[in-house]
Design a protein around this ligand. Structure first.
Ligand SMILES: [Mg+2]
Length: 233
């Protein structure tokens, strides 16, 4: 029986990665005279991976990585005006209006009638809590957890703290490594709902081979899947 439904937030409840990709594309344009666009993207990605241990996941760390990439790629030629534009791009991302994915609100209302809901997201705390507040969705959730990283140990710790058996959890999200693999390892269910773009560090080539792994195209298909798994029609 599935008794608890846990949901990721970025690119599961609201749009996020599409903004990062649009900003990265603009960075390539700013650095156009110094390097080809794909080289800018590759270098930025390498820096993001390297900086993650120091900055965590979030717009502030991403902005610093963009500045670092711009200075290195331009060999120190980037102007103060261009660095200012990069900082403004980061601030615009933090300040952007919240856009929920289609069907999120009605689905949460329906799910909350039958299950306790948990939001499990990761990233910079200030950034994530601002988004949670802007989303207006907090009231649907019994628990909201903002993690620095999503791995087996962090999920295990959360479920133990809330007295939830992970084998009775359905975790829903757009990242196979962050949202799906850990819950499968803990004996629970995972539903992968792909977003139209995936962050480079959330990409995963192969879909898990498990009867507890599910894949849906849209979040509004979730109540029916849960009903079916719990023995309904
Ligand atoms: Mg996500």
């Amino acid at each position: 029986m599935i008794k608890v439904v846990a949901l990721d937030a970025d690119d599961t409840l609201w749009h996020s990665e599409s903004r990062f990709q649009a900003t990265q594309a603009r960075l390539s344009e700013i650095l156009d005279r110094h390097a080809p666009h794909d080289q800018v993207q590759t270098h930025l990605h390498e820096l993001e991976v390297r900086n993650q241990k120091l900055f965590g996941f979030g717009v502030k760390g991403f902005t610093l990585s963009m500045i670092e990439a711009a200075i290195e790629i331009s060999d120190g030629e980037i102007t103060a005006g261009e660095i200012h534009e990069i900082v403004m791009m980061g601030k615009a991302m933090l300040d952007a209006p919240m856009e929920l994915l289609d069907g999120v609100r009605v689905t949460l209302v329906e799910l909350a009638e039958a299950y306790p809901l948990m939001m499990i997201t990761k990233g910079d705390h200030m950034d994530q809590y601002n988004k949670i507040e802007k989303s207006g969705l907090a009231g649907h959730f019994q628990e909201i957890e903002v993690l620095l990283d999503k791995d087996v140990a962090s999920y295990d710790e959360i479920f133990a703290r809330h007295n939830v058996d992970p084998r009775e959890v359905m975790m829903v999200g757009n990242s196979i490594p962050s949202d799906i693999l850990p819950i499968l390892e803990l004996g629970g269910h995972g539903t992968f709902i792909p977003y139209h773009v995936t962050a480079s560090f959330e990409r995963h080539e192969q879909e898990p081979d498990s009867p507890r792994y599910h894949r849906l195209a849209r979040i509004d298909q979730l109540p029916r899947l849960l009903n079916h798994l719990n023995g309904g029609e």
